[in-house]
Write a protein that binds this ligand. Structure first.
Ligand SMILES: O=C(O)C[C@H]1C=CC(=O)O1
Ligand SMILES: [Mn+2]
Length: 386
């Protein structure tokens, strides 16, 4: 595709850390978030065209093995020298070279691949989704996570989302309290929402297999549709056993770090649904391969998030829009959890969905002043952007 373009050499690779408060505490089983650190990567070619990517993770090192700081230093020290001066338009060649010289570092690689794809699509004048085969849909259903830790507050939040027609799929974060306490919390929320919405839970690996056996039965009785990552990521056999003995769908999240995991999980029948995440998959191409394996194995798909800001969210959306089947929708709500807007024109969430832009590349433009004000290395103190 890029052979019609003149060679464009990579001139700069920049990594920015942006610290942005969340609208309320976001409680996961392993950490409570009060802010998110967006890890943004900008790659500029000698034609002046820049592409953006994002490598945001959750809770420092609490969730995954790459931190914002390690991503920045690893890109700057080890990956940038492999990119500078090389052809920006040969994305597969750039990623192949990185894979040959850099083990792991899936989030960093995802951000680099996204930035290269964004710039390439801009040069071609097409949306990023076109590089991955084009869109099957122009909007994506968007779940909202209820994770304040307080049942009354969560119900109020859900009511607000339903009234605004912003979300009617709710994912509840549990696993920090006892199984009985957590399941009572979920059951109260499901009773309040009734048939107006889907209620799912994410345990983030917190349960033992025995906990999960009890929890999944209580959750089935409460009318919950799906349980995400109930037990340890590595316990594929346990997922199989839980799946055989319960009627609620099981979704693999932390167990799924790219195509190899997808293959192993599919081979043993460990999950009904895959939470596909571009960062966890090592990039857009890796996530596309995960989706292909799911398709071949008849595992359902869900478009997951690492609570990225607008760039990672839109990169994910551009890819997920190319998936034929997306049975469980997506959870691309990351920007809505943040107090600050970094785009010139905010993403459009309405009628329970995210609308995809039609412009080239990611189809979004950053507001540079807002980005600069949020940078960790900014020279002046943060002032309110309201
Ligand atoms: O799914 C996760 O484990 C991570 C994340 C995605 C949504 C959310 O609230 O947390
Ligand atoms: Mn999850």
């Amino acid at each position: 595709m890029s052979s019609s373009l003149p060679a464009t050499s990579i001139e700069t690779v920049e990594v920015l850390l942006l610290d942005v408060p969340t609208i309320r505490p976001h409680r996961l089983s392993m950490t409570t978030m009060h802010r998110q650190t967006l890890v943004l990567v900008r790659i500029t070619g000698n034609d002046g065209v820049a592409g953006w990517g994002e490598a945001t993770t959750i809770g420092g090192l609490a969730y995954g093995e790459e931190s914002p700081e390690s991503i920045k230093v690893n890109i700057e020290t080890y990956m940038t020298p492999l990119l500078l001066g090389a052809d920006a338009n040969q994305v597969a060649a750039r990623m192949h070279l990185l894979d040959e010289h850099v083990q792991g570092n899936r989030f960093a690689k995802c951000a680099i691949e996204t930035a290269l794809c964004d710039a390439l699509a801009r040069r071609l004048g097409v949306p990023l989704s076109t590089l991955f085969g084009g869109r099957v849909r122009e909007t994506l259903p968007i779940a909202w996570t209820l994770a304040s830790g307080d049942t009354t507050r969560d119900i109020e939040e859900a009511e607000k989302m339903l009234a605004q027609r912003r979300h009617n799929i709710f994912k509840l974060k549990i696993g920090a309290r006892t199984v009985q306490q957590d399941c009572a919390h979920v059951a109260a929320i499901k009773r309040a929402i009734g048939e107006r919405g889907s209620v799912r839970v994410d345990v983030n690996q917190a349960w033992t297999e025995t906990d999960a056996m009890l929890g999944m039965q209580l959750l089935a009785d409460a009318g919950v549709d799906l349980v995400e990552q109930p037990i340890a990521a590595s316990n594929h056999d346990g997922l199989c056993r839980l799946r055989q003995k319960n009627r609620i769908a099981i979704m693999a999240d932390e167990s799924l770090h790219g195509p190899q995991d997808a293959y192993q999980l599919a081979r043993v029948g460990a999950a009904d649904v895959f939470a596909v995440k571009i960062n966890q998959s090592g990039g857009l191409a890796g996530a596309q391969q995960v989706a292909a394996i799911a398709g071949a194995a008849q595992v359902d798909l869900y478009g997951g998030t690492m609570l990225e800001g607008a760039i990672g969210t839109m990169a994910s959306a551009q890819l997920f829009a190319t998936f034929g089947a997306l049975a469980w929708g997506t959870e691309l709500f990351g920007p809505l959890l943040l107090t600050e807007e970094i785009l010139a024109t905010p993403l459009r969430y309405r009628d329970f969905a995210l609308e995809l832009p039609t412009g080239p590349g990611l189809g979004i433009e950053l507001d540079q002043d807002r980005v600069n004000a949020l940078r960790r290395d900014r020279k002046t103190p943060l002032v309110s952007l309201a």
